[in-house]
Write a protein that binds this ligand. Structure first.
Ligand SMILES: [Zn+2]
Length: 156
């Protein structure tokens, strides 16, 4: 077989990315839900992150003319721990916000720990965890746990 001429945008850089089970589950879920290959999902995430990093960099270099960058959304879907129905929650409601100075502006930490009630089964549950935003506009990390309210204080 004769070699094809290389295209300018040929993808000949390879990375191995290690994922834990939770991350792998999310990747499979998004791939199936959207019908997009897993590799494409990494590329989309990269474009989004790259754009936010560039905006923050140029903002830092132009302190006279700073563009306001929208903060991350903390609207999420969690499953009720009683009936497993997907529920929408806005974690920004009542969360504790702290900031630390980073190399590219502030790192914003959102911490939440509140009780909510399922609209479907009426069961009470607790949502706890945190999300970190860095640079501004980009999700850095998040950890969200949901558990039935009566388990609180039960050795957790
Ligand atoms: Zn429920």
């Amino acid at each position: 077989m004769r070699g094809r001429p290389k295209l300018n945008d040929s993808r000949d850089n390879q990375y191995r990315v290690r994922l834990n089970d939770e991350e792998n589950g999310k990747l499979s879920y998004v791939s199936e839900a959207t019908g997009k290959p897993k590799s494409e999902i990494f590329r989309y995430a990269l474009i989004d992150y790259y754009n936010k990093v560039r905006l923050n960099e140029v903002n830092s270099a132009n302190s006279e003319d700073v563009w306001e960058i929208d903060g991350i959304s903390l609207k999420r879907v969690v499953n009720c721990p009683h009936c497993n129905t997907p529920l929408r929650v806005d974690l920004k409601d009542g969360c504790n916000i702290t900031t630390n100075d980073g190399r590219m502006g502030p790192e914003i930490l959102y911490e939440f720990d509140f009780e909510d009630t399922c609209d479907y089964c009426g069961g009470h549950f607790l949502i706890a965890g945190y999300a970190s935003e860095y640079p501004v506009g980009a999700l850095n990390h998040e950890d969200i746990v949901v558990f039935p309210a009566q388990e609180r204080g039960g050795g957790l």
